[in-house]
Design a protein around this ligand. Structure first.
Ligand code: HEM
Length: 220
């Protein structure tokens, strides 16, 4: 039984567009506050940090869709693509803020930073892995790639792990905030590892006749 009331079907499409619009508000507000001198401390760093944090939050939200459905019977699959793409846009903006505002496009310094500072190397690796996922997050690619699409998009777990590690390594002393994000990503990875066993035992409890729903197969 679903624990949340279900949204009428006619609101499904608009609610996805609403999510894109609301999802971009933190970036717009951080940009506005930065441009009007209202960000505390070093405005460039603060802007870069906010974008990085939201990137990680959207990555975590993307990965949370499947466990939420498994555990609470709430189907938010329709929002997964929007959440994943929002994560992608935020990582791109975070990277652009780093390149343009932080490093002022000094390419040698950027390359040296990526090569020499392990947390930036890991962040860059996450961005590189995220690009094919962002580019194939559309119906045409799903049709074209078939099963390979599912395999490719499993990379999102590696990307989230890299993002959380990058966050933890970006600070001198790992505090509660970094620990919380690392724990959330670890829990989502653990769920992925035990999910099939959980679903099998749930099916067995429900009785031998019930077959596996198609949506369950698509969720991988
Ligand atoms: C999936 C990809 C990425 C995620 C999720 C991510 C996330 C984050 C987060 C959460 C922070 C810390 C924010 C805070 O302190 O509040 C951060 C900091 C930072 N990230 Fe990323 N990031 C990613 C990719 C990148 C890339 C590609 C670069 C550049 C090549 C980069 C460069 C930096 C830098 C320079 C900092 C700030 C370090 C400082 O405090 O000086 N990140 N990132």
């Amino acid at each position: 039984m679903a624990v949340f009331p279900t949204l009428p079907k006619r609101f499904h499409g608009p609610s996805v567009w609403m999510l894109y619009a609301v999802g971009l508000v933190p970036a717009a507000s951080a940009f506005y506050l930065g441009a009007t001198g209202q960000l505390p401390g070093n405005a460039v760093k603060e802007f870069e940090h906010l974008l990085g944090l939201w990137a990680l939050r959207f990555l975590i939200a993307t990965l949370a869709i499947t466990p939420i459905r498994d555990l609470f019977a709430v189907n938010w699959l329709r929002y997964r693509r929007a959440l994943g793409l929002l994560a992608f846009y935020y990582v791109l903006m975070h990277f652009l803020a780093y390149m343009v505002l932080d490093q002022t496009l000094r390419f040698e310094a950027i390359v040296a930073d990526i090569a020499r500072r392990p947390f930036i190397t890991i962040g860059m690796a996450a961005l590189v892995m995220l690009i094919p996922l962002g580019l194939t997050s559309n119906n045409w690619s799903i049709r074209k790639l078939g099963q390979r699409w599912n395999k490719l998009h499993r990379l999102v777990y590696v990307i989230a792990a890299a993002g959380a590690l990058h966050f933890a390594m970006s600070v001198k002393v790992v505090g509660p905030e970094q620990m919380l994000y690392v724990a959330m990503v670890a829990a989502l990875l653990a769920w992925r590892a035990i999910r099939m066993r959980f679903l099998r035992s749930k099916r067995q409890q429900a009785g031998p006749i019930r077959s596996r729903p198609a949506t369950e197969k698509a969720a991988g």
